[in-house]
Design a protein around this ligand. Structure first.
Ligand code: GDP
Ligand code: ZN
Length: 351
């Protein structure tokens, strides 16, 4: 089990797994999920897997799908592994699923430490830090707050003090992910065998921190694989081993938590940026190469910061993706409503 220890396996997990071991199943950790296709880390390397029919049945009785970070019991004999069970979780990060049904969606499981990242630029927001702290506390993981971009903030000391007041027992640190000042505090959290994840709004510096922790550029390349019906799907890597021996989770699901708040106020956060749009020469200006564009002029004169403009664009892009998903969800709900109506009508006819 030495290989598994690198992925966070310990005596507690071994004990919980014992009944599955007697049933001939192997332990594995969920490294990524794309729809119903799972990527597992097993003792013998990475494997694809799907969940068993019996597991699916349990889902209708309130169980949740295995999430990234979960430990599962898998039958590895078939070419595609079959996940038969999941071990009880130590911690979760979850959110309420959109829609009326108040179902919790588990975004990641078994994270030991969650680093809440907040930029000491326009991103700094105590209320938001409080909300992230609430999410972490609810799920049982340890938290630490990282006030990033300290290089941009002359009042970092005052910000630290304010944040410590709202964070209570949770440690708060100021650092610069980009330049490395203060980054040695990361060693306290990114420890051998510990599972670590980052939480924070778009532009706070999570990718920059991930690269610093991994000591290299995280690969953006996607792997192409075949799902159970032979279709090709792409999945990104979501779980990484760090040089110090920690396990780092960076999943789109966790990153999506920030979207709820993006909806709450791109406008509130970027009033200066959106005010510029009204002064572009053309109403339909895309602020790209158009003549008379106020955004381009502001970028050139330096009155609008390039990084700020980038984070604005990033948030807008994420909001667009979210909008598409909402639309798809509504379509799905309408379809479901029709199925229910049809069933009721048939029932009434019979009566
Ligand atoms: P993410 O959306 O949370 O992953 O944020 P990124 O890591 O992509 O960072 C957003 C922007 O902030 C990028 O332009 C980074 O170069 C910049 N950035 C990140 N960390 C720092 C920092 O410590 N100092 C400064 N000045 N800029 C930073
Ligand atoms: Zn423009």
């Amino acid at each position: 089990m030495d290989v598994l220890r690198k992925f966070g396996w310990d005596d507690g997990w071994a004990e919980a797994f014992a009944p599955h071991a007697s049933a001939g199943l192997s332990p594995a950790r969920v490294a990524a999920r794309e729809g119903s296709l799972y990527r597992l880390w097993t003792e013998g390397g990475e494997r694809d897997a799907a969940i068993s029919g019996k597991f699916k049945l349990e889902l209708s009785r309130g169980a949740t799908l295995p999430a990234v970070g979960d430990w599962v019991a898998v039958d590895l004999k078939p070419t595609r592994g079959v996940i038969k069970a999941a071990l009880p979780r130590r911690t979760v990060v979850s959110r309420k699923e959109a829609g009326e049904r108040e179902r919790m969606q588990v975004l990641v499981a078994n994270v030991d430490v969650i680093l809440i990242v907040c930029g000491l630029d326009g991103d700094f927001n105590l209320r938001r830090i409080e909300r992230y702290l609430a999410v972490v506390r609810e799920g049982g993981a340890r938290a630490a707050v990282l006030l990033n971009k300290a290089d941009l903030c002359p009042e970092a000391g005052a910000r630290l003090a304010e944040t410590r007041l709202v964070a209570g027992e949770v440690p708060v640190h100021a650092l610069s992910a980009k330049f490395g000042d203060g980054a040695s505090v990361l060693d306290e959290y990114v420890r051998p065998g510990a599972t670590v994840a980052l939480l924070g709004s778009s532009g706070a510096g999570k990718s920059t921190l991930v690269n610093r922790i991994l000591g290299r550029e995280k690969q953006a390349t996607k792997e192409v694989r075949e799902d159970s019906r032979g279709r090709h799907t792409t999945t990104s890597r979501e779980m990484f081993l760090t040089p110090s021996g920690a396990i780092l989770l960076d999943t789109p699901g966790l990153r999506e938590i920030q979207l709820a708040e993006a909806a709450e106020g791109i406008r509130q956060t970027f009033p200066d940026v959106e005010a510029l749009f009204g002064t572009c020469r053309f109403d339909n200006c895309r602020h790209h190469k158009e003549p008379g564009c106020a955004v381009i002029a502001a970028l050139e004169s330096g009155s609008l910061d390039h990084a700020r403009w980038e984070s604005y664009l990033k948030l807008k892009a994420e909001e667009a993706v979210r909008g598409m998903k909402d639309w798809e969800r509504r379509r799905h709900d309408r379809k479901f409503a029709r199925v229910v109506d049809e069933a009721l009508r048939r029932k009434r006819k019979r009566e």
